[in-house]
Design a protein around this ligand. Sequence first.
Ligand code: UT7
Length: 320
Amino acid sequence: MSVKILGTGSFLPENVVTNDFLSTIMDTSDEWISSRTGIRSRHLVKTEGTTKMSVLAAKSALLDAGIQASELDLIIVGTITGDEITPSTACEVQAAIGADSAVAYDINAACSGFMFAMHSAYAYLQSGIYRNALVIGAETLSRIMDWNDRSTCVLFGDGAGAAVMGMGQEGILGFEQGSDGARGSVLACKSRANHNPLVQNETGLDYVHMDGQEVYKFAVTTVPASIERVLEKAQIRAEDVKYFLLHQANIRIIQSVAKRLHVSMEKFPISLDHCGNISAASIPILLDEVNKKGLLNKGDKIVMSGFGGGLTWGTCVMEW
Ligand code: UT7
């Protein structure tokens, strides 16, 4: 027996913001954004929040899995943009869907958040501690962007994706995750006021700051190496993998990974063109799109790989 994904779901806010619209409110252009990143539009919330989007993605994943919320033992949400510091998004999801028996908590691993959540659930399920888990990646990144910094705000979007995990004959064949805290400052957000009256609040720390080129270099070296290690350990050849579902940060990063693995870009489904980078939510949203299009058949091997703030990365290979 192995740990498998029983069902997927996702939610994107109704409000679509195109590159052309952004070029009316800041000094940018569709040409700059799309040629450097592959992004053409993104969904940005007007009324939704991280909890609401998580709940809608979760309900869709439960329906797809044919599992009742009452059967869940565990809910983990990967997010850096929960609506509140406490309760966690996972506890709010638990209450909203009525998963009364579940233990619920959030994980902060930025763009690797969904992979870290999945690996944590895998450990609980594989060891027999729990039977069914709901893992979610959800972000309202528009809340923490500096909308005067065109080099970051055009890249990101909002949304949520979810997967229900349980036991099956086929499933996760191998994974790895890693962190490099020493390089964390290249992608950081110090967005929290200090209410201690004895401490002077720092200023100018309210938004995401990114050294794009350093993150790019980190991604194009770490991600293919991580995928190669996971495939080698599982004794699976890259050509036998049907799809590589990568964190959707930049089309150039994905093209570079495909080249390094000697794999056609056709094996790399893309959602960043209409979603932008949604950090922890990007992989589960992409997985749900691929699943709901009917592109996954029993026995297909897929790789998922996330990377980003921390710095962190996580990769997994599974048989569908
Ligand atoms: O999940 C997190 C993962 N994050 C990433 O994967 C990010 C990885 N990095 C990247 O994708 C790229 O570094 C970016 C797309 C973020 C930036 O591309 P770049 O080729 O590294 O551009 P740059 O930052 O070196 O900027 C080049 C020029 C600058 O102008 P000058 O100084 O050459 O005159 C920028 O001011 O482009 C300018 N620029 C813009 N121009 C129009 C920066 N942002 C924009 C913009 N529109 N939105």
